[in-house]
Design a protein around this ligand. Structure first.
Ligand SMILES: [Cu+2]
Length: 507
C-alpha cells in the first residue's frame, strides 16, 4: 500500500514537474521569440528605387516692416509610400513634412501658421533662441482654422534647426503623421567657409524617420510591446521617400542629418566603412571638423557631415546598432537594429570641391566658474525629479543673462534625452570626463545614458517673461507626452515667476 501510494505521489510529482517545465519552456520560447523577433535589420535588403525627395525651400516675402514672412499651413493629405495603398498623412503646405525655412542671422522673421487640421496643434521652432511666447510650445496652441503669427529676430549662429508640433500629450501623434520640417539659419562666418552650400545640389537635408505600416498601408501607431519607448517602425522614410537614392554630382557632399523619428536612435556611418567630416551639430558648426566613421543621433538631434565621393561609385548611408543608453534591454529600444538609409550615386565625372577647411567657426567656451547655479535633473519613470509635467506649474525661474549648469542623470531602463528650449548649450562633461568631439559644439538635445551623468552649461540671454514658460523634456515623444517634461521661466533680475496662462490658451 505504502509503495502504491508513493508511486501515485511520484506520478503526481512528475505531472506537476512536466507542467512546470512546459511553462518554463513556453516562457523561454516566448522570451526567445521576443528577444530575436524584435531586431530589425534592413541592411542589404533595401531597393533604392526612388529619387530622394528634397523639401522645397519655403517661399518668403519681405513685409512693410522689413520682416521675412513665411506661410505654413498644417493640413491632411495622402501619399503613395509603396505600401499597397495611399497612406493618410499630415504635412505643412503639402501631404508630408514641410518646406525648408531659411533665414539669415539678424533678419526678423514672421511665420503665419495656419491650422488646417480638425484639432488644435502648435509649431515649435526646435533649437531657436526666441521669446517664450513665440516658441510654439503647449502654451501657444493654434485652434483649427486659426492663424498664429510668431515673429522674432534671428540671433544665433548658422545651424540646422527644425520645426514640429508640440501639443501637450499629442506631440507623438502629430509628428508621426508627418508634421515636421527643417529650418536652416545662415550667417556670414559660415557663408565665408569653403563648404558645400548649394541647397538640393551638394547641400542636402536628410530627415530620417522610421514608420510602421498596417495591412492597409496606413501608419501603424501601435507601441512596441517591450521597451516602453513608444513607436518603433521597421521602414525608413528619408524626406518622406522610401528606398531613396541621391544623384551626386560633386566630389564632396554635405548632408544635414536630422533624426525626425519619435523614439528611434541611429548610429550613422557608411556601408563601406569610409569616414566623413562631422562639421556641425544641433546649434551650429564645430570649431574644427571631426573626422569619424560614425555619428549617433537620438530623436531631435542633428549633424552636418561632409562626405567625399569618387566618380561613378555608389555607397550606402547606413545606421548601425546604436548605443541607446548602456541598457541590458537596449534591444527593445532599437539598440540592436540596423538600417540601410540612403544610397549615394556618384556621376561619372564629379565637379571638383575644395577640401573641408581645418578651422570652421570659433566657439567661446562657457566658463563653469561664471555659473549662477547648478541644477540637478533625474530622468526616470516618465517624470523629471519625480514630477510629471503640469502646464500650470512653473518648475523654476532662471534670471535673464545668467549662466547655469544643469546635471542630468537617467535612472530607469529606457533611453531618455534632454532637450532644452530657448538656448543652445555646451556639454561640460560626461560622467565626469571631457565630452567626446561630437559633443563639443552647440547642442540643444542630448541622449543621457545610464549611470553617466551629463553636465551641460547654458546662458539664458536676452528674453525674459515671468509668465510664459519654456519647456525642457525628453525628446522621445511618447515620454514627453506621458509627462517627462518641465517648465521654466526666464525672469528679469529681482523679478518673481508669475503664473502660466491656463492650459489650452490660444496665443
Ligand atoms: Cu525618455
Amino acid at each position: 500500500m505504502a509503495g502504491e501510494g508513493s508511486r501515485r505521489w511520484k506520478r503526481v510529482l512528475v505531472g506537476v514537474l512536466s507542467v512546470v517545465l512546459l511553462l518554463c519552456g513556453a516562457g523561454v520560447a516566448l522570451g526567445t521569440w521576443a528577444w530575436t523577433g524584435t531586431v530589425v535589420d534592413t541592411t542589404g535588403k533595401v531597393d533604392f528605387v526612388n529619387r530622394l525627395a528634397v523639401p522645397p525651400l519655403a517661399e518668403s516675402r519681405i513685409d512693410a516692416q522689413g520682416r521675412r514672412v513665411f506661410d505654413l499651413r498644417a493640413q491632411t493629405g495622402e501619399r503613395d509610400l509603396g505600401q499597397g495603398g495611399r497612406t493618410r498623412t499630415w504635412g505643412y503646405n503639402g501631404d508630408y513634412l514641410g518646406p525648408t525655412l531659411r533665414a539669415k542671422r539678424g533678419e526678423e522673421v514672421l511665420v503665419n501658421v495656419v491650422n488646417g487640421l480638425d484639432r488644435p496643434t502648435s509649431v515649435h521652432w526646435h533649437g531657436m533662441h526666441l521669446p517664450a511666447v513665440m516658441d510654439g510650445g503647449p502654451h501657444q496652441m493654434v485652434r483649427p482654422g486659426a492663424t498664429w503669427s510668431p515673429h522674432w529676430t534671428v540671433n544665433q549662429p548658422a545651424a540646422t534647426l527644425w520645426y514640429h508640433p508640440h501639443p501637450h500629450g499629442e506631440t507623438e501623434e502629430h509628428v508621426y503623421r508627418g508634421l515636421a520640417g527643417m529650418f536652416i539659419l545662415d550667417d556670414e562666418p559660415a557663408s565665408a567657409l569653403a563648404l558645400p552650400r548649394r541647397y538640393g545640389v551638394d547641400d542636402i537635408p536628410v530627415i530620417v524617420q522610421d514608420r510602421g505600416f498596417d495591412s492597409n498601408g496606413q501608419f501603424d501607431d501601435g507601441h512596441s510591446l517591450l521597451g516602453g519607448v513608444g513607436i518603433l517602425g521597421d521602414t525608413l522614410l528619408v524626406n518622406g521617400t522610401v528606398g531613396p537614392y541621391l544623384d551626386v554630382t560633386t566630389e564632396r557632399i554635405r548632408l544635414r542629418l536630422l533624426n525626425g523619428s519619435n523614439a528611434r536612435s541611429y548610429d550613422f556611418g557608411f556601408a563601406d566603412g569610409r569616414g566623413f567630416a562631422l562639421i556641425g551639430t544641433d546649434g551650429g558648426l564645430l570649431a574644427s571638423p571631426h573626422q569619424t566613421g560614425r555619428i549617433r543621433l537620438s530623436p531631435g538631434e542633428r549633424a552636418e557631415i561632409v562626405v567625399t565621393m569618387r566618380p561613378a561609385e555608389r555607397v550606402v548611408l547606413r545606421s548601425f546598432p546604436p548605443n541607446v543608453g548602456d541598457d541590458l534591454f537596449g534591444r527593445f529600444s532599437g539598440g540592436d537594429d540596423s538600417f540601410d538609409v540612403l544610397e549615394l550615386r556618384a556621376a561619372g565625372s564629379l565637379a571638383p570641391a575644395p577640401e573641408v577647411p581645418s578651422r570652421l567657426v570659433p566657439i567661446d567656451r562657457l566658463d563653469p566658474a561664471t555659473a549662477a547655479t547648478t541644477r540637478r535633473f533625474q530622468l526616470s519613470d516618465r517624470k523629471i525629479n519625480g514630477k510629471a509635467m503640469d502646464p500650470e506649474r512653473i518648475d523654476f525661474a532662471v534670471t535673464r543673462d545668467t549662466t547655469e549648469i544643469w546635471e542630468i542623470t537617467k535612472q530607469d531602463g529606457t533611453p531618455h534625452s534632454l532637450h532644452v528650449h530657448d538656448v543652445q548649450f555646451q556639454v561640460l562633461s560626461v560622467d565626469g570626463r571631457e565630452p567626446p568631439p561630437e559633443l563639443r559644439g552647440w547642442k540643444d538635445t542630448v541622449l543621457v545614458t545610464l549611470n553617466r551623468p551629463i553636465q551641460i552649461i547654458a546662458r539664458f540671454a536676452d528674453y525674459a517673461d515671468p509668465n510664459i514658460p519654456y519647456m525642457f523634456h525628453c525628446h522621445l515623444l511618447y515620454h514627453e507626452d506621458q509627462g517627462m517634461m518641465g517648465q521654466f521661466v526666464v525672469v528679469n533680475p529681482g523679478q518673481s515667476p508669475g503664473r502660466p496662462p491656463s492650459h489650452g490658451h490660444h496665443g
